[in-house]
Design a protein around this ligand. Structure first.
Ligand SMILES: Cc1ncc(COP(=O)(O)O)c(C=O)c1O
Length: 397
């Protein structure tokens, strides 16, 4: 007996696969600052649990496959109030986090060997999401030297083939923190129209944009209405990663009917979590400003420390809560193992994600790491200091 070719081709997540080694260190009493995973320490708004505590049905029944109608109504209002965008509730289907939204979305648009343009580095799990539907990633390579900017005609035109089906934009970006300007969004829209592509806009970090920039959505661009698929989630915006509530929004009816077929196959997502999530989408605008300010302070703390380390190449993130940096080491994964197994300062160490798995191109990203600035500014500073001390000790070995 053997497992499928697709299953054996998949990678273990470079964000999660080092967790057991970090757990060993923690068990032996070492404090490990975890910058590997996008799990913020920010409090989930009280309204989430308050709403659940008031749930008074005597049976936890299945929900509709397309999602709780109150939640879809709340999401529809959120788009209207925050972005003047009209997504009707029946143009929204809730999913088990953004992750299931992405998996189902690709199953709905890709045939075997179809290609998806992905600016790299990209959120590593896209490799798994696309492979499971038999599709292929066509990487559009960026790096720290060009500020991780992929919105360039030549770069994108070079990647187009007769198999290209979609362009996938994570904006604000994980892992680089790159944020498209309004003009760049318009350019991507025109590019997709020119080549008749789906536009997948993964906007799970939509509100996390810094330096006075305004949060934007591709859904504001009228002329791409029929080809736009928005991927979203409560995980990051509301610091509710364990709620496992995300959604797909699109005006394309045929696409949404296809999504619904997959969703009916998996029945529904958790009834109770959808009740709590409804209250999150009803939060006032000030919530988004406060959350953004908190992450901007963390970004500043992380960037200030990391950019001072000699020979580190690092671009100041414009959004999301990640920072990619090229380190003066030959192999970031080996350096991570050293940090977890050998390096200690005051019995503390830190953990991050090596970036090679965030690239589809062989050999890229070997010296790069991704830091999630999800800890409070004081802990962020300390974690970055540990990286600095670790590099010095590692390179003197
Ligand atoms: C860009 C991006 N999209 C989607 C997800 C999926 O998140 P979730 O399944 O928790 O909604 C993540 C998680 O880190 C992400 O970074």
């Amino acid at each position: 007996m053997e497992v499928s070719k697709i299953a054996s081709s998949l990678q273990f997540s470079p964000i999660r696969r080092f967790n057991p080694i970090a757990a060993e260190a923690a068990k032996s009493g070492v404090k490990v600052y975890k910058l590997n995973i996008g799990q913020p320490d920010v409090k989930t708004p009280d309204v989430f649990l308050d709403k659940i505590k008031n749930f008074d049905e005597s049976v936890i029944a299945y929900q509709e496959s397309q999602g709780d109608s109150a939640l879809r109504e709340a999401i529809s209002k959120y788009f209207k109030n925050e972005f003047s965008v009209n997504f009707k509730p029946d143009e929204i289907i809730t999913t088990m986090g953004g992750s299931e939204a992405i998996t189902i979305m690709f199953a709905c648009i890709l045939n075997p060997d179809d290609e998806v343009l992905m600016p790299e580095p990209y959120y590593t799990n896209y490799s798994t999401f696309i492979s499971t539907s038999g599709g292929k990633i066509k990487p559009v390579t960026t790096g720290p030297d060009d500020g991780y900017n992929y919105a360039k005609e030549e770069l994108l035109e070079d990647a187009i083939s007769d198999k290209t089906k979609a362009i996938c934009i994570i904006n604000p970006n994980n892992p680089t923190g790159y944020v498209l300007s309004e003009d760049e969004m318009e350019f991507i829209a025109d590019f997709a129209i020119k080549h008749d592509l789906w536009i997948i806009a993964d906007e799970v970090y939509r509100e996390f944009v810094y330096d006075g920039k305004k949060a934007m959505t591709f859904a504001s661009i009228e002329r791409i209405k029929d080809r736009l698929i928005v991927i979203d989630s409560v995980s990051k915006r509301y610091s509710a990663c364990g709620a496992r509530v995300g959604f797909i929004a699109s005006h394309n009816e045929e696409f949404m009917q296809s999504v619904l077929k997959f969703c009916q196959g998996r029945l529904c997502i958790p009834t109770i979590d959808q009740v709590g999530a409804t209250a999150l989408f009803e939060l006032p605008h000030s919530y988004y400003e406060e959350a953004r300010d908190e992450y901007e302070a963390r970004r500043d703390a992380a960037y200030e420390e990391i950019s001072q380390i000699p020979d580190v190449v690092c671009v100041k993130p414009k959004g999301a809560f990640y920072l990619s940096a090229e380190l003066p080491v030959d192999d970031a994964e080996d350096f991570l193992m050293f940090m977890l197994k050998e390096f200690r300062d005051n019995n503390e160490t830190t953990m991050f994600a090596p970036c090679a798995g965030f690239y589809a191109s062989e050999g890229k990203g070997k010296k790069e790491i991704r830091l999630a600035y999800v800890l409070n500014p004081k802990d962020m500073k300390r974690a970055c200091e540990l990286i600095k001390l670790g590099i010095a000790e590692y390179n003197s070995k």
